[in-house]
Design a protein around this ligand. Structure first.
Ligand SMILES: Cc1cc2nc3c(=O)[nH]c(=O)nc-3n(C[C@H](O)[C@H](O)[C@H](O)COP(=O)(O)OP(=O)(O)OC[C@H]3O[C@@H](n4cnc5c(N)ncnc54)[C@H](O)[C@@H]3O)c2cc1C
Length: 386
C-alpha cells in the first residue's frame, strides 16, 4: 500500500520550504516536503537575496511588505540585515518611481524619495551621480542569507510535525483524468490530496510528467563577489541600479555580490546541464560598471564568480496556486529572478488558498490560468524589477 499525505510539496528552495511551514501553521495534518538534494540547492542557494519592497503593482508591494514582517521576526535565524535599500533611477524613470512609491505607501511600505542633492548628501564619495535622476530609499530594506532562511523554514516546519525528506527526487506526478493523485519516488508511489510543484526551473519537467503545460524559461544568471580596498568609504546599502542595469548587495567584511540587472541579454539553458562558472567578459563588464558608478570600488579584488538559474515566466511574475480544470495540483514556481523576498508572504496566502479555499482576488490572478485568459501582469520597469 502506498503512503498518503494531505499535501506534498516538491522542492525545498525558499518557496517550497516557506509553504511547508505555512501549511503546518494552518494545522494541515500530514504534510511532506520532498527535496531531491538538500534545502536551497537550486537558485535559492545562489540568490543575492536582496530584500526590497519597491514594486510597481499593489500585489507585489503587498507581498514584499508582508514578507518583511516574517524576515524581521526571524531576523537572526535568516541572517536578515537591514542597512537599507536604494533604487537608483535615471531621470526618465524618476516620475514613475515616485508614482510607484505613492502606491507602495498605501500598502504600508516605508519609502522615501531622494532627489540628486539629497542622494549625493547621503552617499558622499562612493557614488558617481552622473546620469542619476534620484533614488528611492527603504530604511527597512537590506538582504538575508538565502540558505539560512530556507533552513529556518524547514526547521520550523519540522518543529510543527511536518515531514522533510531530502535526497528524495520526485520522478513524476501521477495523474488520473483531471486529477493529480500523487507522485512517484524511488522509494515508491505517494498519494496526496494536493501536490505543490515548487521545483523552480525544474518545475516544467515535473509538470510535463503529467501533461501539464508550463511556459517557463530557465535562464543562466551570473554573479560576482568583490572585496573593496580597506579604508575607503563604500556603499552600506543593498542597491538596485536602473541607471547602469546592475545590482549590489553587501556580504559583510567589505565584500559585495554584484550582478547585471534588467535590461540585459538573457540566455536560455538546460537546467540539468549548464555552465555554473561565470564568463570572463561578464566579469570584466561588471567590473567596468561597478567602478564607474561606485568609484571607491576601484581596485576591488574579485573573490568569486558563479552562475545559477532564474525560472522566468511569461510576465516575470510567479505561477502560484491551483489551475482551473485540474484537481489536486498547485504551482509555486517562476520567481523570475526576484522571488526570494516575496516567497514567505506568497507561501502564506497560498497555504490559505489550499487549506481553506479562500484567496484574495488579486492573489488569485497569480494562477497559471492567467495565460489562457490573456490576463498577464505588466510591471512599469520590465523584467525582474516587477
Ligand atoms: C543569482 C541569483 C540572484 C538572485 N537575486 C535575488 C534577489 O536579490 N532578490 C530576490 O528576491 N530574488 C533573487 N533571486 C531569485 C530568487 O532567489 C528565486 O526566485 C528563488 O530563490 C527561487 O526559489 P524556489 O524555491 O522557487 O526555487 P529553487 O531555489 O530553484 O528551488 C527548487 C528546488 O526544487 C528541487 N527540485 C527540483 N526538481 C525536483 C524533483 N523532481 N524532486 C525533488 N526536488 C526537486 C531543487 O533541487 C531545488 O532545491 C535570485 C536568483 C538567482 C539565481
Amino acid at each position: 500500500m502506498s503512503e498518503r499525505f494531505d499535501v506534498v510539496i516538491v522542492g525545498a528552495g525558499v518557496s517550497g520550504a516557506s509553504l511547508a511551514w505555512q501549511m503546518k501553521k494552518r494545522g494541515v495534518k500530514r504534510v511532506l516536503l520532498a527535496e531531491r538534494n538538500r534545502p536551497a540547492s537550486g537558485g535559492t542557494g545562489k540568490s543575492a537575496a536582496i530584500v526590497r519592497q519597491h514594486y510597481s503593482t499593489p500585489l507585489m508591494a503587498r507581498m514584499a511588505r508582508a514578507s518583511l514582517d516574517i524576515f524581521q521576526t526571524q531576523a537572526k535565524a535568516c541572517g536578515f540585515e537591514q542597512p537599507g535599500y536604494l533604487f537608483l533611477v535615471p531621470p526618465d524613470q524618476a516620475a514613475t518611481a515616485q508614482t510607484n512609491m505613492a502606491m507602495q505607501r498605501t500598502v504600508g511600505v516605508e519609502t522615501e524619495w531622494l532627489d540628486p542633492v539629497a542622494l549625493k548628501k547621503k552617499a558622499g564619495d562612493w557614488l558617481n551621480m552622473e546620469g542619476v535622476g534620484g533614488a528611492t530609499f527603504e530604511p527597512k530594506g537590506g538582504y538575508a542569507d538565502p540558505v539560512r532562511t530556507t533552513e529556518t523554514m524547514v526547521s520550523m516546519f519540522k518543529d510543527l510535525g511536518g515531514e522533510f525528506r531530502e535526497r528524495t527526487p520526485v520522478r513524476g506526478l501521477i495523474r488520473k483524468g483531471d486529477r493529480i493523485t500523487g507522485l512517484s519516488t524511488d522509494g515508491g508511489d505517494i498519494e496526496a490530496d494536493t501536490v505543490v510543484n515548487a521545483a523552480g526551473p525544474w518545475s516544467t519537467m515535473l509538470a510535463a510528467s503529467a501533461n501539464i503545460e508550463m511556459q517557463m524559461r530557465a535562464i543562466r544568471e551570473q554573479d560576482t563577489v568583490w572585496e573593496a580596498r580597506p579604508g575607503r568609504p563604500v556603499p552600506p546599502n543593498s542597491i538596485s541600479n536602473a541607471v547602469d542595469a546592475t545590482y549590489l548587495r553587501p556580504l559583510g567584511g567589505n565584500r559585495y555580490v554584484v550582478g547585471r540587472g534588467f535590461p540585459k541579454e538573457y540566455f536560455d539553458c538546460d537546467p540539468y546541464n549548464y555552465k555554473q562558472t561565470a564568463d570572463d567578459d561578464f566579469v570584466a563588464e561588471v567590473q567596468r560598471r561597478l567602478t564607474m558608478r561606485f568609484p571607491t570600488m576601484e581596485g576591488a579584488k574579485l573573490v568569486d564568480s558563479y552562475a545559477a538559474l532564474y525560472d522566468v515566466t511569461v510576465d516575470w511574475y510567479p505561477y502560484v496556486g491551483p489551475r482551473a480544470g485540474l484537481q489536486g495540483y498547485a504551482d509555486f514556481s517562476g520567481g523570475s529572478g526576484h522571488g526570494f523576498k516575496i516567497a514567505p508572504a506568497i507561501a502564506g496566502e497560498l497555504a490559505e488558498w489550499i487549506s481553506a479555499g479562500t484567496v484574495k482576488p488579486d492573489f488569485a490572478r497569480l494562477s497559471y490560468d492567467r495565460i489562457a485568459k490573456m490576463d498577464v501582469f505588466a510591471g512599469s520597469y520590465g523584467g525582474n524589477r516587477g
